[in-house]
Design a protein around this ligand. Structure first.
Ligand code: IPE
Ligand code: IPE
Ligand code: MG
Length: 255
């Protein structure tokens, strides 16, 4: 393993693809819904661990635009869990400085879920310790299309040159959230599955075989230790990056 760069900044924003609930259940000869219940229960532990490690932003992929294609009893089980946790955790989030937001097209959810989302968002809106975003009925492609459509509607006289990266970013769900530093996908698949396609352009990607219901604080620390060894170059050379992060060294070397 390579050495950690001297001033490796810690991850300010971690995004999670919480995958492997179904396989966790299958291994135990349980219904898939039991895996989702265990996976949902696991979320609190991870949020607490992130808060203790001063992570300011956490984004969780809970339900993709493609997940509607699953068997209807599984979709219902996921919707029930979503509603249950929105309702049961709102007070804890409010009292612990957690701001909750839901990214995705919420109009597809039941009125009850939409109301619970609105209440959870409004009662935690003043919080700033940890910004928790749950991606639900979320797809990266749909998000970008929606952003372009919103921009076009607001700028009917615009020419193609008026459209730029800022125009898209201003209308993404993540508009006031920094891009993820680290993306963790559990469950062994090495793919993005339509999550935060725009925002992960320079995110460090961490894939682990650990299934989401078994991913705890220790697993998180392993991922963070790996992240600390990464040199984030953003297109520059390694030399440029280490000079910028360690100007002291340059001065003394030149002296
Ligand atoms: C992730 O676990 C949860 C959701 C997609 C909602 P899966 O249900 O995809 O678990 P596996 O991939 O089948 O094990
Ligand atoms: C991605 O997992 C979506 C969530 C974790 C919510 P999937 O299990 O749906 O992804 P694929 O289908 O294996 O790519
Ligand atoms: Mg899966």
């Amino acid at each position: 393993m390579s050495m950690a760069p001297t001033h490796a900044p810690s991850a300010q924003h971690i995004a999670f693809i919480m995958d492997g609930n179904g396989r966790w259940a299958k291994k135990r000869l349980l219904p898939r819904a039991a895996g989702h219940a265990k996976g949902a229960a696991q979320v609190r532990q991870i949020i607490e661990a992130c808060a203790e490690r001063n992570v300011r932003y956490v984004t969780l992929y809970a339900f993709s635009t493609e997940n509607w294609a699953r068997p209807s009893d599984e979709v219902s089980a996921l919707m029930s869990l979503f509603l249950k946790y929105l309702q049961s955790e709102v007070r804890t989030m409010r009292d612990n400085g957690i701001r909750l937001r839901v990214f995705g097209d919420r109009t597809a959810f039941s009125d009850e879920i939409q109301a619970a989302i609105a209440l959870a968002e409004s009662s935690t809106a003043g919080n700033d310790r940890l910004h928790l975003s749950v991606a639900a009925n979320y797809g990266g492609r749909a998000e970008m299309i929606q952003a372009v459509q919103t921009w076009m509607a607001a700028n009917p006289d615009a020419t193609p040159h008026d459209f730029d990266e800022r125009a898209i970013e201003a209308h993404l769900y993540t508009t006031d959230v920094p891009p993820p530093d680290l993306l963790i996908r559990t469950g062994g698949e090495c793919r993005i599955s339509n999550f935060l396609l725009w925002q992960t352009a320079y995110t460090e990607l961490y894939f682990t075989d650990t299934l989401w219901p078994e991913f705890g604080a220790k697993s998180l620390d392993k991922a963070l230790a790996w992240f600390a060894t990464r040199e984030r170059r953003f297109g520059k050379t390694s030399e440029q990056v280490s000079e910028a992060s360690n100007p002291q060294k340059i001065t003394s070397a030149q002296a």
